[in-house]
Each structure stands twice: as C-alpha cells, then as structure tokens.
Ligand binder design. Structure first.
Ligand SMILES: [Zn+2]
Length: 667
C-alpha cells in the first residue's frame, strides 16, 4: 500500500516538475493549465493523507502556504554588494583602464549581460536542495523570503542531479516580472480599485514583501542568475564556466550573454543590445560588464561599496512620441491647480503611460504645446513621466492653445493667481477636490497611516457628504461604510479597525497630517518635540515659533496662521472633541531605561495595548522592538493566541513574559 502511494507521489512530482520546466523555462507547455491543476490537486490530496511523505522539494510547496507574521533576518555568508553605475562612455573607458593598470601584462576577458530591472536575491542550496532565499537588504543582512521564492516557477526546488553539484551553493540573481504579467496585474488592480504599480520592478518588490505566499504564487515572477555567493567546493574558475555549470543544474541564466576582450568590443556590445532590448519580454535598464576570471576578480578586490571588477552601463531614459489628447487641471490639497496631460496610451520603460504632469502654465508656454500635438514623453527611473517637447511640424491645423481656467474645475469658485509665481489656486475652503486630496494626505502612510482608507473610499465618503473634516473620519461607523459600493461587512470592519488604531499616532504624525503649508514630517517632528501638544502650539507666538532651531520665519508664519485662523482652529477643535489630542513622548536616550539594550518580540493580542502602543512603550523604556525571534532576542512578550513566534522562542530557549510580568519589569 504505502509503497504504491510513494510510487504515485514520485510520479506526480516528477510530472509536475517536468511540466513546470516546459512551461517556464522552455516556454513549450504540452498540457493545458487545467490538466496541470488536476495533477497538482491529486498531489496535494495525497500529501494531505500522508503528511509524513511531504518533502521540501515537492511541487506542492510552490502554491504557497499560510501567511507569516513577518520576515526573519538572514545574515549573508558573503556580502551582497551593489555595483557602480555609469551613463557615459568616458567612465566606461576609465573603468577598463583601471582594470588593466591593476593587472599589468594580463589578458582581460569581459562578460556582458543585460541589467534586468528587478530585485536582487540570494538562493542557497545545500546538497542540491533549496534551503533559503533572501533579499540583499543592507548587503550584510536581508529578509528571509524563502516561502515566497518557492512559488516562483523558474527557481528549481532541487538542483538537477549530477555528480558536480557542490555541497553548498549560493546563487545570486534577479527576481523580475515580465512586461505581460505586469500589465495583467495592473489591469486587475484597476478593476479592483487598488493603486497601480509604477513599473515591473516596483511590482516585483511589492510582491516579494507580501506575507502571504499564496498571493505571490498567483503573480508569475521569474528568476535569472547573475552571480554567486558562498560555494563549496568551487569547481570552476570563471564566470563563463559558472553560468554553464548552473545552467546544467536547472538554474535560469541570462539569454543575452556575450564576451569581449577590448573596450571597443564592450562598447559595440552595448550598442548592439540597445537595438534589441525594447523587443524583450522584460525590462532592462543597461548592461553589466564583468571581468570573467575569478582569480582576476580576487586580485581587483572591492571598495567599501562595490567590487572593482564590475560596472553597469545604464542607457539614458527612454523617450516615446504620443498624442496629447487633453489637459485637465487637477486640484491639489492646498488648492493649487496643476495641469495634467491626458495622452494617447504609450508603452515606455516598462509601463503604459496615459498621463504626464505639465507643472504649470509657464511650462506649457515654454514648450509651446497645443491640444492635439504629437509630443515627446520621457520617463527616467521612478520619476513621473513628463513632456519634453512638442513636435510643431506635425501640429494639426485647428490645434487649440491651452489656457488656464478662470474657475475651479471641482467647485466652480473663481481661481486666484499667486503673485510672482506661475501658479493658480482655488481658495474655496469647501472645495470637494481639495478636501479629497487633504484627506488622502491625512490617511497616507507617513501621516496617520490609516491603511484601509484608500483613494476610492475617500472619494465616496466626500461625495456622499459623510466626511467633511478630518474629525469626521473618527465618527464613521461600520453601518455608514456597508452602504457604499463594493464594501463588504468584513472590509468595513477592517476600515474601522484601521481608523481606531490611528488614534494613537503621536503628535508629530498628526501635525504632518494636517497639511499645514511648509510643514512636512521633519518640521512636524521638530515642532512636536519643542511644544509637546496642540494647545501649546495654539499659544505660541510667531516669534516663539521662529526661535525654534530649524524653524524659519516662513514656516513660523504659516504655522502661526494655521493656529490663529478660524478654519484651522475649527479643525483642531473638532479633532480634540473626537478624542484626537496626542502629546509628544520623546524616545529615551539609548542605553537608558529598564529595557536598555534589550531586543523584544511581541506576539499575540495584548489586553491593554495595540501593536503600535506596545512598541512605543518598549522604545520609551530604552528597548528595541523586533519582528522576528532569534537567539539574540532578550525576551518574547506573549499575549492571547500567540502563534509560531512563541514556538520559536521555546525552541531557542528565549524567555517568555506575560503582559503583567512585562509591566512589572518596566515599573
Ligand atoms: Zn475648488
């Protein structure tokens, strides 16, 4: 019986891995997705009846598991360094000269490969089995993302059998998202009313940070190798041979790899790749040039930041032509009207661009842009796309000039021009678009951080008159929310929870959230630390404000004005009467307090504190709050329903304290 089960398991695993490889690596699937799913279901059923027969390299591990609470920290056996970048030929030549000077009379072989725009990771295999995957982090320590990486179809869970597999192999490479998958996910997110990812790299990074590996499994990420960490024993002496070897082991290696022995050949390779990179199924932003020989690499060594044997040449930002369809004037949170170009959709550097900022009317005049013009759009890295110029030769005959509005497109109130600037503003304090922008800012991560209160929801709340001021957020009830479009009871409860949690944000976060002109997070922190409460800020004169270090007269006037005009005072009064009136509690100096030098992990639900409050309490008593349990953890504070972290603490012999024992300790 049991041997026939084992035989069936072996067969299913073998078949699933074979089809996985045909699908992802060779792009020649021979069975349908349904057939694949059927085999997978049979495997999972069989494994759930025989849990003792589950192996870490079973394809069932690719579908993801239960969500985890946070990522453990991994120490890299060898540092994961970043590499130097350049945009120009001169620096590339200088790199070559430095290499040749350091290695006189030696032949130099370079390897060129595309610089794929993704997230760098390290995969560790022991005896051929994938045991750990981690992010670069700060180069010495990264996050353990093994659960997420297991779901990536191109990452072998076990290296292909062969005599030459090293006992320990760390493969460094890039996880990335193909363009088609990026488009698919963004379309889905648009339908679901979720924020769109800016580009495939952004989307890859966001996906790898998910704590639920089952969601990661649904986003078809890819992996490609581009380096190595610890390898024991090491059987090859050059990168070229390394790539050949790991390719045999089943690791995906770069498709477009080439070799060069002179700098002229390197430059020719870079030029040739520029022609084809737009046709690839994934985003690349340059070419990496590496010395091939490992012995020469050792001789060249590294600076404190980057190895001396490698450099990345990055192509200049991509530009594309498209048509300007319309210009809309978007109302910002302070009432500024910003012209935004609506463009005929165009694919640039990994994403579809539909809009571009035009900044202000001066910019439009300077570029001489008319409606209906063909324009050149540029995108560099994560920067918002912008219009570089209009192609005046192709201007349609009746192309209209762009004129700034005289009334606000949101509320219809007259627009005012700011003296001595090209900016125009809507000064109606009740303008709905301004309110929406102010609420978005208030709820955003660096301010009150109300996680589930997003853009679409804010629009609905304002449109229905449910929220007119910040304080109204704190009066919302679950029944108000379930009335709204697409809002299930459960999500309504999540929103209310997130709102309640945000009640405990410290004074500096609230001050930044108010959207006072010139008061960003840094200034808010300085003000909070100096004055300590909203009431104290109300009392402060402009002179007292500008006497504070880092607060200049312009900021002082703006803050003084906010706390002395009727709208500002009304905002504060309403917040205070809704119970939002935080004070500033200074973190105690490092090395002071009963928890000085201790690292504490909190798990489970506490009766008196939420997660943010307890972390603040730990910090104010000199301790450090950490997300994962290790041997270095001083103790674990365990509440109700504590899960895997408690088990881990027991396993490692880390002391465990109850809530009351903890309070006793900091008395
Ligand atoms: Zn308005």
């Amino acid at each position: 019986m049991s041997s026939s089960v084992q035989q069936r398991l072996d067969h299913l695993r073998h078949e699933l891995e074979r089809h996985n490889r045909l699908y992802y690596v060779e792009a020649k699937p021979v069975i349908s997705d349904q057939e694949y799913d059927r085999l997978m279901r049979e495997l999972i059923d069989l494994e759930s009846q025989h849990p003792e027969l589950v192996t870490p390299d079973s394809p069932s591990q690719r579908i993801g598991g239960e969500p985890i609470e946070g990522f453990a920290t991994v120490e890299h056996a060898r540092r994961m360094m970043s590499i130097d970048n350049t945009y120009n030929e001169g620096e590339l030549r200088a790199f070559d000269e430095r290499v040749r000077k350091a290695l006189p009379d030696e032949k130099i072989q370079y390897v060129l490969e595309p610089k794929i725009d993704g997230v760098a990771v390290s995969l560790r295999y022991e005896k051929g089995l994938l045991v750990q995957a981690s992010t670069r982090g700060d180069g010495r320590r990264g996050d353990d993302i093994t659960n997420n990486v297991r779901t990536i179809g191109t990452v072998p869970l076990r290296l292909h059998a062969g005599d030459d597999i090293a006992a320990i192999v760390e493969i460094r490479g890039e996880i990335y998202m193909p363009n088609a998958e990026f488009e698919r996910i963004n379309q889905q997110r648009q339908t679901d009313g979720e924020a769109l990812f800016a580009n495939p790299r952004n989307s890859t990074a966001g996906t790898l940070k998910l704590l639920d590996s089952r969601i990661v499994a649904t986003r078809r990420l890819r992996f490609v190798a581009h380096g190595l960490g610890e390898v024991q024993p090491m059987a090859v002496d050059s990168y070229r041979k390394w790539i050949e070897m790991i390719g045999r082991w089943g690791i995906p290696v770069p498709e477009q790899i080439s070799h060069a022995s002179t700098i002229e050949q390197v430059l020719a390779g870079i030029e040739a790749f520029a022609e084809i990179r737009g046709t690839l199924a994934y985003q690349t932003d340059g070419m990496v040039v590496k010395v091939d020989s490992f012995r020469q690499r050792d001789l060249l060594g590294a600076t404190s930041k980057a190895p001396r044997w490698v450099i990345a040449f990055k192509y200049p930002a991509e530009q594309m032509q498209t048509r300007l369809l319309d210009v809309r004037w978007q109302v910002g949170k302070g009432g500024n009207l910003t012209p935004v170009a609506d463009l005929e959709p165009v694919f640039i550097a990994g994403s579809t661009v539909r809009r571009a900022s035009l900044h202000n009317i001066e910019q439009i005049r300077r570029l001489d842009i008319h409606l209906g013009d063909m324009v050149v759009v540029e995108k560099a890295g994560e920067v918002i796309p912008y219009i570089v110029r209009a192609i005046a030769d192709h201007r349609p005959k009746q192309a209209a000039a762009i004129v700034p509005p005289t009334t606000c497109p949101s509320c219809g109130a007259p627009v005012e021009k700011e003296p001595d600037t090209p900016y125009i503003r809507c000064v109606n304090p009740a303008c709905p678009d301004q309110l929406k922008e102010r609420l978005r800012w208030f709820c955003a991560r660096n301010q009150m951080d109300i996680e589930n209160l997003g853009e679409k929801l804010i629009d609905q709340l304002v449109d229905r008159g449910l929220v007119k001021t910040f304080a109204d957020i704190y009066r919302l009830r679950e029944e108000d929310l379930v009335e709204l479009d697409r809002m299930a009871q459960k999500s309504a409860a999540n929103v209310i929870d997130a709102i309640q949690t945000s009640r405990n944000r410290p004074l500096d976060r609230l001050l930044a959230a108010l959207g006072i002109r010139h008061v960003g997070n840094r200034v808010a922190y300085v003000l909070a630390a100096h004055f300590g409460s909203l009431d104290a800020l109300k009392e402060a004169t402009a002179d007292q404000l500008s006497a504070v270090h880092e607060i200049g007269p312009v900021i002082a006037d703006s803050v003084h004005d906010f706390f002395h005009n009727s709208a500002g005072l009304e905002t504060i009064r309403r917040l205070q009467s809704a119970g939002i009136d935080p004070t500033f509690s200074a973190p105690s100096a490092a090395g002071a307090g009963p928890l000085a030098g201790q690292t504490i992990v909190v798990t489970g639900t506490l009766s008196q504190f939420d997660r943010h409050q307890i972390e603040q309490l730990i910090i104010t008593h000199g301790g450090k709050a950490s997300a994962s349990v290790s041997k270095k953890t001083s103790f674990v504070l365990a509440g109700e329903n504590a899960g895997s972290k408690l088990d881990k603490a027991r396993e490692l012999g880390v002391p465990i304290l109850s809530e009351s024992q903890f309070l006793e300790r900091i008395k």
